[in-house]
Design a binder for this molecule. Structure first.
Ligand SMILES: [Ca+2]
Length: 164
């Protein structure tokens, strides 16, 4: 099953995966964001802050706060302005999220839910056209506050475009 392969592939050095429901959007389309977390059985437990957000067409950054519905602007050159979505989360060895029971969206449209949709919004035509990126990254707990860049594992980043 491709879904199983995809989920178990997450976890060796990539613990978080973000994805979108489409590669390009027009005004009125619904942007959905999906998240998976995982840690290989051969790794130890990890503890991290989770950052989720957008890189805007002008290079500015927006982060989801802990409500996962509000976006907070940040200075790309100043890590201390970054807003984590979750802090001090432990991702145990062998962890897979979502489980089949928790999955609420069918990203690859094969009839089986395999991802967790944490955000869904209809895009207004007020948004600037261009290339956007959505990302998910883990960092050593509290490291952003001191301005140290201590990313854990691979950053998951996906490009999408908007043209009204
Ligand atoms: Ca599916």
């Amino acid at each position: 099953m491709p879904d199983t392969v995809k989920i178990t592939a997450l976890g060796l050095n990539q613990y978080v995966s973000i994805s979108t429901n489409q590669a390009s959007y027009a005004s009125g389309d619904t942007l959905e964001l999906f998240l998976c977390l995982g840690n290989s059985k051969i790794n130890l437990d990890i503890t991290a802050d989770i950052f989720l957000g957008f890189v805007m067409p002008d290079g500015s950054l927006l982060f989801f706060d802990s409500s996962l519905s509000k976006l907070v602007a940040a200075d790309p050159d100043d890590l201390s302005t970054f807003t984590p979505a979750r802090v001090n989360i432990t991702i145990p060895s062998g962890y897979v999220s979502p489980t089949l029971k928790e999955a609420n969206a069918d990203m690859d449209k094969d009839g089986i839910n395999e991802v967790f949709r944490f955000f869904s919004a209809q895009l207004p035509n007020l948004i600037k056209p261009g290339a956007y990126y959505v990302f998910a990254a883990l960092a050593k707990p509290g490291s952003y506050k001191t301005g140290e860049k201590e990313i854990i594992g691979d950053v998951s980043i996906v490009k999408f475009s908007f043209s009204p």
